[in-house]
Design a protein around this ligand. Structure first.
Ligand SMILES: [Zn+2]
Ligand SMILES: [Zn+2]
Length: 159
């Protein structure tokens, strides 16, 4: 069933609509997500990018590379700082929606806890949800720069 969900940032200047259903719902415990969110993990849903559009305001973008070498675009409100979504350069067909930016995030059901290798010891996780040190099989993003795989394992994911 197609549904359109709405959401936006804390101050309300940036608003969006998101159509379609999640292809993967997750809680990411990587250090990048912890730093960006100011919390122990982020709750995200990979949604079809084709169904997503900004309806008000102009969010800002912060572009940085993951440990896998992929460019990650983090989109947020430049006024209040609320994270809205991310997009990985190698999968432009998806967005990683920060589900807590939705007007109603209550429908969210995580498929997995990911990057649990960097989860905080004070972050109690639901034992019923499958856990993965990095990505579950088949859920990693395609890598743009294969040579960087030879580097030391880091703690930052792409979600
Ligand atoms: Zn805002
Ligand atoms: Zn993460």
């Amino acid at each position: 069933m197609a549904s359109i969900r709405t959401g936006g940032c804390l101050c309300g200047r940036v608003r969006y609509e998101c159509a379609g259903e999640p292809v993967f719902s997750l809680r990411c415990h990587c250090r990048d997500c912890q730093r960006q969110s100011g919390s122990g993990y982020i709750a995200a849903a990979r949604m079809p990018a084709a169904g997503f559009r900004i309806t008000a305001g102009e969010p800002r973008r912060y572009v940085a590379k993951s440990d896998a070498g992929n460019e990650i675009i983090r989109v947020f409100c430049g006024d209040c700082g609320s994270p809205l979504y991310i997009q990985v350069a190698t999968r432009p067909d998806l967005i990683g929606l920060r589900v807590t930016s939705l007007d109603d995030p209550s429908w969210f059901r995580p498929d997995a806890d990911i990057f649990t290798r960097s989860a905080q010891p004070w972050d109690h996780m639901d034992p019923a949800i499958p856990k993965f040190p990095t990505y579950p099989p088949g859920q990693a993003y395609p890598t743009a720069a294969p040579s960087s795989r030879d580097g030391p394992p880091g703690q930052a994911g792409d979600r």
